[in-house]
Ligand binder design. Structure first.
Ligand SMILES: Nc1ncnc2c1ncn2[C@@H]1O[C@H](COP(=O)(O)OP(=O)(O)OP(=O)(O)O)[C@@H](O)[C@H]1O
Ligand SMILES: [Cu+]
Ligand SMILES: [Mg+2]
Length: 831
């Protein structure tokens, strides 16, 4: 066993920690502050809707401290424990080493390694990448395997269970509160509505006994179902960091306390309260608690629905796999499948992980990943993707990507990251909400003072009721939900449509672009060119030229090369063997065939070789005008022929260009192809401008040039060789080819190679940002308008006041309406 020291960790990756128990924007602030105060924390961002903290530590920062800080601030950091079976440990030194590398792995809070049981018991942050831990252990020279299921699905199952528990707890609390509040509320209403009720109550139950009954009922509502507000709100208040729970506590608590004093005072200290001010507000205190509980219940339910997209993705994941182990086929939980396992898939089963078919053949439904409606044929060598459904045949395949590395897991992770993202506008919202709760408390105090000193009699009653109304109406919970819920629903909807926002802020970026640039080959066109024309120069013969060219192109990977080889095959030619093959990217290729030097490529390739193409200039112009790509062939330094390949445009391309124009965007094509050809294609599609004959390394410069001229540019490419351009553009959209998505450079991945995804992504980003704006306008507007009303601004003119009960109803409604508005995004219609 090697005992060399483990490699020093590089800058740790940012980590997402689920945080439960946050109710409003000031909770977010509090958690953020608590985390930021931990030594070694570089950056902390907390998202209320996703209920997550995104934390960047430097080398000295310790995750356990962060988790601790969250707990100390009064919230629940989401962690879970996992057991790993560790092989290869021989002594206590090994134990210490494994513990060290495991503790240094991202997302690990605590680790204990046991030599006797050969187990490591880890506490991980929910959502942490167990594979990274296993890899770290492997790097230190040991073998680690998870015991029991612990894939992404398991974690989200736990989150789902936690949410379900929260919903049922809220439902119970709201029901109990409502039952106890009902008599109070009914009697209060009857007093106003039923003539003579007052006298009837006084004659039967008696006014004072009823006050005692009310006191008991209200105390119960506040203490039992309303206990959750006190448990969080009081400590926060005492710490000097009031949150929305504190506002509820102050509002309902003040109403209750005053009423309790008014009930008890006549017995113990008559004359304590001035005449006419011994009113009770037990019903108000109870109704506030009940309505806010009901609001929270609706909110929790709606929040559950915002993450439905992820749930749907997770249902695609198979739970078990039939694996060959030691010559036997065993059914294993998906988490125990390792790379290299041979997996059997029977008809109708889901492919469990990503891999390559060994034998057998079948058709596989990949629509859930690629959007391709027709089942795809799979034979030996074909790639299969976890989550897709096998149709009629059976096959065996070798697992190549498992656990978090599978495409499906990556998609789930991308959606989760995007859903938890903070948009730039959120910073503004955060600044406002940070001051909001303290400002509200000051406003309530001022209201109290104004009514007490300048208001009509009974001054104390008016002062109290109006101050309570201000406290209740001003809860900023709708504000805290406005952005994150729209992002969650929007990115979830996007995922359903095959649009993955890798960076959540690409949503805002995409909304702001003015220009969309497309790569031509494989993006606007199908990327499957065919040989259409062949014209030889005098002295050369068709079949012979094509035979030689096909020999050269047989060595090339370029789609054009494949078209030429296929063209030769179709004419029944068998190309000879080529030697000394040389490809010049962006120009062409050459090789020696049958003792002759054969070169094929663009006109600039001929220019580079010093071969004039004037004799076929007219043919080239005609071919280019038809949208075909002309290619020149030189044999032994003499121009021999001109060929043309045509790559049909995607059927939806023209429609997409029209849609983008309708959205007010400029559409530009960037290509390495011949100018005339490019312009012909652009014309048929209605594209505004063309950057043609761009060398592969020139695409970055082309994008920069577009940015200079048009502002913010989105670039859509096939994601493989367009990576630098994708990264340079303000927003890079990678057109995924289903399995081999080049995700890294892009901000947005269009899983279905369909161009409509580009227009849909832009339309969706506008819809989401619009939705956020509506939410913010509603949340802010509501507070701005109703706080003065609650404070009594309309009283001098119209005698209008806002009862604390109405305030509680309005406040519960405001969060629900923001959530409902965000959920409207689920009905977004794609192009
Ligand atoms: N193997 C090859 N055989 C023949 N011609 C080639 C070959 N490789 C490159 N060329 C020539 O160089 C040109 C530019 O190639 P490049 O790969 O940069 O762009 P493209 O695939 O035509 O277009 P796009 O930039 O839209 O993907 C091609 O249009 C072709 O004329
Ligand atoms: Cu609130
Ligand atoms: Mg290309």
């Amino acid at each position: 066993m090697s005992h060399s020291a483990a490699a020093t960790p590089s800058i740790p990756q940012p980590i997402d920690i689920p945080v439960a128990g946050m109710t409003c924007a000031s909770c977010v602030r509090r958690v953020e502050k608590a985390i930021a105060a931990v030594p070694g924390v570089v950056h902390a961002a907390v998202n209320l809707a996703a209920e997550r903290a995104h934390v960047q530590l430097d080398r000295g920062g310790r995750l356990p401290d962060v988790v601790d800080a969250i707990r100390k601030a009064g919230y629940d950091p989401g962690t879970h424990t996992v057991d790993l079976a560790i092989q290869g440990m021989t002594c206590a030194g090994c134990v210490a080493r494994v513990e060290k590398v495991v503790r240094a792995a991202p997302g690990v809070v605590e680790a204990a390694v046991n030599l006797a049981t050969e187990r490591a018991s880890l506490t991980l942050v929910d959502g942490a990448d167990l594979d990274a831990v296993i890899a770290a252990v492997a790097k230190a020279g040991y073998d680690a395997r998870p015991i029991g299921a612990n894939d992404g699905a398991g974690q989200t199952d736990r989150e789902r269970a936690a949410r379900a528990a929260e919903i049922s707890a809220l439902r119970g609390a709201a029901a109990v509160a409502a039952a106890a509040t009902l008599p109070l509320f009914a009697v209060e209403m009857a007093r106003h509505a039923v003539p003579g009720f007052h006298h009837w109550l006084a004659a039967t139950v008696g006014e004072q006994p009823w006050r005692w009954v009310s006191l008991v009922l209200a105390a119960f509502v506040l203490a039992v179902p309303g206990g959750r507000f006190f448990a969080k709100g009081v400590p926060n208040l005492l710490r000097g960091t009031p949150d929305m729970n504190s506002l509820v506590v102050l509002g309902a608590g003040a109403a209750f306390l005053y009423s309790a004093v008014a009930t008890v005072a006549p017995l113990v200290a008559p004359g304590l309260l001035p005449a006419g001010t011994d009113n009770v507000y037990f019903e108000a205190a109870s109704v506030i608690v009940t309505l806010i509980l009901v609001g929270r219940l609706f909110e929790a339910r709606a929040k559950g629905r915002t993450s439905e997209a992820i749930k749907h993705l997770l249902t695609l994941q198979a739970k078990t796999a039939r694996v060959e182990r030691r010559g036997q086929v065993v059914e294993l939980p998906i988490a125990e499948v390792v790379v290299g396992d041979i997996i059997l898939v029977r008809p109708g089963e889901r492919v469990p992980v990503d891999g390559a078919v060994l034998d057998g053949s079948s058709y596989v439904d990949e629509s859930m990943i690629t959007g391709e409606p027709l089942p795809v044929e799979k034979g030996p060598g074909a790639a299969v993707v976890g989550g897709t459904v096998n149709k009629a045949g059976a096959f065996r395949f070798r697992a190549e990507k498992v656990g978090a590395a599978t495409l499906l897991s990556q998609i789930v992770r991308m959606v989760e990251t995007a859903q938890g993202a903070k948009l730039p506008i959120q910073a503004m919202v955060d600044r406002v909400t940070a001051w909001f709760v303290p400002a509200v408390m000051v406003a309530a105090l001022l209201t109290f003072a104004a009514w007490y000193f300048f208001g009509p009699a009974p001054a104390l009653s008016y002062a109290l009721v109006n101050a309570v109304a201000v406290l209740i109406i001003a809860c900023p919970c709708a504000m805290g939900l406005a952005t994150p819920t729209s992002i969650m629903v929007g990115t979830g909807k996007a995922a359903e449509l095959g649009i993955l926002f890798r960076q959540g802020d690409a949503l805002q970026g995409l909304r702001d672009v003015t220009t969309v640039a497309f790569d031509k080959t494989g993006t606007l066109t199908l990327g499957r060119p065919t040989l259409t024309d062949l014209a030889v120069v005098d002295g050369f013969e068709d079949g012979e030229v094509l035979r030689l060219v096909a020999a050269v192109e047989g060595r090339s990977e370029h789609p054009i090369a494949q078209a030429i080889v296929a063209g030769a095959q179709a004419r029944g030619l068998t190309p000879p063997v080529a030697e000394g093959f040389q490809a010049v990217p962006g120009f062409g290729a050459q090789a020696r065939v049958d003792g002759r030097v054969v070169a094929v490529g663009a006109d600039r390739y001929m220019a580079r070789l010093g071969i004039g193409v004037a004799p076929v200039a007219e043919t080239a112009a005609r071919l280019g005008g038809e949208g075909k790509s002309p290619l020149y062939v030189a044999i032994d330094g003499h121009l021999a022929a001109i060929l043309a390949v045509a790559d049909p445009v995607k059927p939806e391309a023209a429609e997409v260009v029209r849609a983008l124009h309708a959205a007010g965007l400029k559409v530009i094509m960037v290509t390495g192809d011949n100018r005339r050809t490019a312009e012909a294609v652009a014309r048929t599609l209605g594209i505004d401008d063309v950057a043609a004959e761009v060398l592969p390394e020139g695409k970055v410069a082309a994008v920069k040039d577009l940015q200079r001229r048009h502002g913010r540019v989105a670039f859509a490419g096939d994601g493989v060789n367009d990576a630098p351009a994708l990264a340079t553009a303000d927003v890079g959209l990678a057109m995924g080819a289903g399995t081999d998505i080049a995700i890294e450079a892009a901000d947005v991945v269009l899983v279905r190679g369909d161009l409509r995804g580009v227009a849909t992504a832009i339309a969706l980003s506008r819809a989401v940002l619009g939705n956020i704006r509506q939410n913010l306008a509603w949340a802010f507007g509501y507070n701005v308008v109703l706080i003065p009303v609650a404070a009594g601004a309309l009283y001098p003119l119209w005698g209008l006041l806002l009862s604390p009960m109405v305030a509680a109803g309005a406040m519960a409604l405001s969060s629900v309406s923001v959530l409902t508005n965000a959920l409207r995004l689920r009905r977004f219609r794609p192009l």
